[in-house]
Design a protein around this ligand. Structure first.
Ligand code: KG4
Ligand code: ZN
Length: 334
């Protein structure tokens, strides 16, 4: 069973071919980073226009890389939401057109469910149930995952997402975009204990990152003059550590509370090298089975969408050509 996945929820136009829900035959990602960098964030109107230009070549490239023709594709999986509505509509329209022309089924997929399903593309996917921390530019949520489409929210951010905290910090420090990648790189040369940034809401399983961002802003405003490169690395390392600390602490707390010794971390921020290292170390100490997809499957991609869509289609689910995109779409209720 060959599934063509299409993803265009934010600033990446992506297409992938996945065989039998496990094997990535191709994974093409056209990033719009350069387009949005000068604005320090994604400009929705520019994003959707760029998706229109990129979507057909990206799909053709994915088929070419996979060595399969469109005739070999059994079904199409496409991100339906949540995301930027104008961006989502481009991928969805492309999926519908292909499905209609080829007379094959298609399924609209929840982007967050896609991030969680990226773990099934690793060599050793966990069994259900597992705890999944989804950390991206738009979400920071701890789920109990009991099966495909079976999620329970255990904790979530009350304000900014972790990825947003990285991106906004990079904007405050004027060190480039996207912030997570730049801070990850600078932090490698910095001291994690140089600046005592706050860890908000130590109790419970919810997160809050807006106070941390304000603390950074205050710190920068208090000091006069330009920030030297070494100090910038210390700032990045200390700030990153404050985010990673709470993500690690609360995810392991959730696992302990629910008595599930399997943890998955996914979403763009899961590409962070320090986060991966801290989770790995703690899992070893705690005797918890920890799985994180390779970085290329953590950030937005269409292979993860193909996994979920393939599963929906195998279950007999069929979406109709009047399916609409949705900007908000919770996968589960708290
Ligand atoms: O999952 P994703 O690609 O898109 C959304 O669904 O939001 O996540 C994007 C987020 C951005 O905030 C970006 O700064 C962050 O993931 N990110 C990182 C790293 N790579 C991407 N954050 C920290 N360290 C990284 N290496
Ligand atoms: Zn994402």
């Amino acid at each position: 069973m060959h599934i063509l996945g299409i993803e265009s929820s934010c600033d990446e136009t992506a297409a992938a071919v996945v065989r039998d829900g496990r094997e990535v035959l191709s994974n093409v990602i056209a990033s719009q980073v350069d387009l949005h960098a000068r604005y320090g964030g994604v400009v929705p109107e520019l994003a959707s226009r760029h998706h229109i230009e990129a979507v057909a070549p990206v799909i053709l490239q994915a088929l070419d890389d996979a060595g399969v023709s469109l005739e070999k594709i059994d079904g199409i999986a496409v991100t339906r939401g949540p995301g930027l509505i104008g961006s989502l509509l481009v991928g969805l329209a492309a999926a519908k057109a292909l499905a209609f022309a080829r007379r094959i089924p298609f399924a609209g997929v929840n982007h967050l469910e896609g991030h969680i399903a990226s773990v099934f593309l690793t060599d050793t996917p966990p069994e259900f149930p597992f705890i999944a921390l989804v950390v991206s530019g738009g979400h920071t949520t701890i789920f109990l995952v009991e099966g495909f489409h079976r999620f329970r929210v255990l904790g979530q951010t009350r304000d900014d997402a972790a990825g947003e905290a990285f991106d906004k910090a990079a904007k405050i420090l004027d060190i480039g975009y996207p912030g997570g990648v730049v801070i990850d790189r600078l932090a490698k040369q910095g001291n994690t204990a140089a600046i005592a940034f706050p860890r908000a809401m130590r109790e419970g399983l919810d997160f809050s990152f807006s106070g941390l961002k304000t603390a950074l802003l205050m710190h920068v405003k208090r000091r006069a003059g330009a920030i030297a490169p070494e100090e910038m690395c210390d700032l990045a390392a200390s700030y990153q550590e404050a985010i990673v600390d709470v993500l690690v602490e609360k995810t392991f707390r959730a696992a302990e509370q629910i008595a599930v010794a399997r943890i998955v971390v996914c979403g763009g921020v899961a590409a962070n090298s320090r986060l991966r290292e801290r989770f790995r170390r703690k899992a070893e100490l705690a005797g918890v089975r920890f799985t994180v997809p390779p970085p290329v499957l953590c950030t937005d991609n269409a292979a993860m969408i193909a996994v979920v869509g393939g599963h929906c289609l195998a279950e007999g689910h069929r979406d109709c050509l009047d399916l609409n995109a949705v900007s908000r779409w919770p996968v589960a209720c708290p």
